[in-house]
Structures are given as C-alpha cells and as structure tokens.
Design a binder for this molecule. Sequence first.
Ligand code: NAD
Ligand code: UGA
Length: 472
Amino acid sequence: MKSENTNKMKITNICCIGAGYVGGPTMSVIAQKCPDIKVTVVDINENRIKAWNDPNVENIPIYEPGLTEVVKEARGRNLFFSTDVDKAIDEAEMIFISVNTPTKTYGIGKGMAADLKYIELSARQIARVATSDKIIVEKSTLPVRTAEAIKNILDNSGKGVKFQILSNPEFLAEGTAVENLLNPDRVLIGGEQTKDGRAAIEALVGIYQRWIPKERLLTTNVWSSELSKLTANAFLAQRISSINAMSELCEMTEADVEEVARAIGADSRIGSRFLKASVGFGGSCFQKDILNLVYIARSYNLHEVADYWEQVIIINNHQRSRFSKKIVQSLFNTVSGKKIAFLGWAFKKETNDTRESAAIYVADALIEEQANVVVYDPKVKGEQMYADLDYLASRDIDENRNKLIVADDPYAACKDAHAIAILTEWDEFKTYDWKRIYKEMQKPAFVFDGRNLLDKEMLTEIGFVHYAIGKS
Ligand code: NAD
Ligand code: UGA
C-alpha cells in the first residue's frame, strides 16, 4: 500500500475471491471507474473464469444489461480474471471475499444456517499465502459476527502479517446490477472502531468516492454492517409476502391487488416499490438470508423474533403452491397427460439466474400431477432447468427429462397446450401474437399469469380463460 500522506492508504492492487453474480459485476465496475487500480477476480471454477476471459465478450458467464460494455472497456487493461488464487492474494493490498454462502444442507443448522465453509476456506488460504499486511473486505452476505471468525483465522497465521476486516455488503439486484453499482442508494462499510480500522474504512471509501457521492457512503461498526444486509433483504422480502398474502384475500373479495398496491403505495410512509404481487419471490438470497436470520435469532433464544421472520418464508411457499393448485383445479381437477406451457424460468426478468425460481417449484408440483411441462425462457438454457429440477430430488432424473421439455420457440411451446403459465415477467411475452397462440391451443385455453404481466382484457377478448394473481 502506498502512503499518500501520513494517514491515507492508496490502494493500487485489489483481488476478489469469487467470480460470481456479485464478484464479477462489482469488480468490473470498480475496474472501470479506477483505471489506476489493478483488479484481479479469481475463482476455483475454471469454466467460469474461462467464460469471463472469452474473447467474445458476449459469452461472459453472467447476463446483466450493460455488463459487456463495462467488461469490454476494462478487461485486459486493469481487470483480469484468473484461477491463480494464491498469486492474486499475494499481490493484493485489499481482498474482497465474494464467495457463495448457501443454506447448509447437512449437519447442525441444516436447511437454515448459512454454510460458511467457502468463507472459511478463503480466510485460511489468505492466512497461508499472505506475506504483507492486507485489508479483507467481506462482500458476501454473512451472519452477524462472522468477521470475528475470519479475524481469528487470520490473526493466527503465525507470520506477523496484520489484517483489517471490513464488512461491505452488496445490495445490487440481478438484472439491474450495473445500474445499481454505478448509482447505488448507498454503500455500507463497517469496520473496527480503532485507528487502523478507521484507516481501512477510509481506504475503501477512497475507492467508492471516485464515482459515488460521499453522503451515500455510510460507515458503521462491523456488526451493524453485517446485520444491516440481512435486515435489508428481510424487509424487502417481507413486503412481497405482505402483498402476496393480501393477493389471496383479494381473490376472495373482488378487491384487485394492483389497485390495493397503488392505493397503499401512494402513502409516502409505505412507498410504492416492491409491492408487486407474484407467484412468489425467488433468487439466491431472500430465502437463504431470512432462514439464516431465523436461525441466528433462535440461537440467541429469540423465538418470537424468529417466528416473525419465518412467516415471510411460509407465505412465499404458500404462494407458489397455491398457484400450482389453481392450475390443477381450473383444468377440471386433473393435469395428468396435459401439456402446460411455461413462459419463463428465470427468477425475474433480465437475468439468466434461476436459483430458487418459483418456476422450479411450480413445475415440480405439476409434474407430480403427471402434467407434461414445456418451457420457453429467452435466456435460460435447458441444462440449467434440468439441473434445477434434479436438485429437488423429487423423482428419477430420466423422468424429469420425460416430463419437462425445453422449447426454443415460444409458439412451439404453446402449440397444443391446455394452459400457459407465466412464471417470469419478460417484456417480450407482452408482444407475442396472442391470437395465433390462442388459435393453436387446446380449448378452453387457459392463461395463468403469475406475474400480472399480460392485459386481461385483451386475453379475454381473444377467448382465453384468464387467471391473474390477486384478481377475481
Ligand atoms: P455465486 O455462486 O454466483 O459465486 C460465488 C463464486 O465463488 C463461485 O463462482 C465459486 O466457484 C466461487 N468460490 C467459492 N469458494 C471459492 C474459493 N475458496 N476460492 C475461489 N473461488 C471460490 O454467488 P453470488 O450470487 O455471486 O453470491 C456471492 C455472495 O454475495 C453470497 O453471499 C450472496 O448472498 C451475496 N449476494 C448476492 C447477490 C446476488 O444478486 N446474487 C446480491 C448481493 C449479495
Ligand atoms: C435482492 C435484493 O433486491 C438486493 O438488494 C440484494 O442485494 C439481493 O437480493 C441479494 O442479496 O442477493 P434480487 O434477488 O437479485 O435482489 O432481485 P429482486 O429484484 O429483489 O427480486 C427478488 C424476487 O422477488 C424476484 O423473484 C422478483 O420477481 C420478486 N419480486 C420483487 C416480487 O415478486 N415482487 C416485487 O414487488 C419485487
């Protein structure tokens, strides 16, 4: 680290462990905005790194609007992708840890706690390799007080190397990652409240303030920062479960959930965003982070707190399952042997990410009822859809391939179908020739709109039987 004056460190070399949905875009934007800093993103997944280095920038492994332009500008200049983790750690003054923190699938805390093995492995690797002082930045979403464990591992490397741990959680949403990184509502940096801790915070502030106004750079202690990330995701997911709970009541009472959302969202204390009723939230983080929050609360014996947040997940699971039940009931109580076309598999539009997508659970439930599901998604590959279904382990993998067919054309997917289910809100679905689709379907032709995307009036005029979330 070069010293600009007595207190300020100037960072010239950064590395990031983890080249995923967070590490890749985040570091690309930092590299674009700080051409004088060498940024190396490393990963143990060779294929992922190979894809990030693909000469055709369109083949980078993550689809995000605007990302290819950022990568095009910085890659090879000061942005590098590599599998040589040791070298990048050794050279960097600041190391971001951006590895995955999935829900544990084994042992204590199975199905609830965050699995921190990748975090611990990264910390141990840094401890083993580092020969000079470093700032370690937690970018992954972590349980509160994880920095303590990381510090413990690093401080016992026996080499006399000094480490400062910062928490700098990422708030980007997929599909808008680049926009969120370029213009974030805030950047949160938590650090030790000591002279060295404050210097480390300032070093990271120095990077972000190249393009983000200083008043949006919030600094706190480490624990507030770690807990704020879980809290933010819990609050966001809670809003969706709240409006989804109301959507079921709307269906019973002839209220319209979109009108209710508009009416409450006009209250500036409530606000209008994140009130879109849906087939249920998906994505890699909401469920995992709330389960983790529930687990943490229970581990402190805070059972009322845990129960409160767990309800957000219970309503989300209910929303997915009542959507599949609605399809079965509407199709005269049986979908056995019937073709159900899915438009969309990604957990939201503008991403190829399918983790925890509602589509997976709805497909699984319909296949259980012996339906033939045919899926079209403009960005998701068939092999991913099969991997998602296989992961649930509900049946033989050959049966999944028999019962779920992947279509590369939406009209072929819908041809001869008994029903269409909209699972992702891709804009292109609105522009389809719905008259043609209707003509080519079995009658009565049903549309189950899990995203309230399509125009009900247009569809019913054509002749469709139409169901949308939270509408009578
Ligand atoms: P991801 O699975 O896409 O990427 C993680 C990467 O880390 C993988 O490519 C994996 O191979 C790599 N990795 C794991 N262990 C490694 C090791 N020891 N050395 C080198 N590489 C290693 O995950 P993601 O979606 O980028 O999420 C990462 C973290 O960021 C999680 O904690 C998540 O909760 C958080 N987060 C994610 C998002 C999002 O939108 N996906 C947003 C905010 C925060
Ligand atoms: C979410 C948060 O929005 C990010 O701030 C956070 O950084 C990220 O999780 C994370 O920690 O991983 P993301 O999951 O990418 O981002 O996408 P969202 O836009 O939040 O959508 C999540 C799910 O909720 C999607 O399935 C979406 O369709 C659904 N949703 C969203 C609704 O059903 N209704 C809404 O009103 C909004």
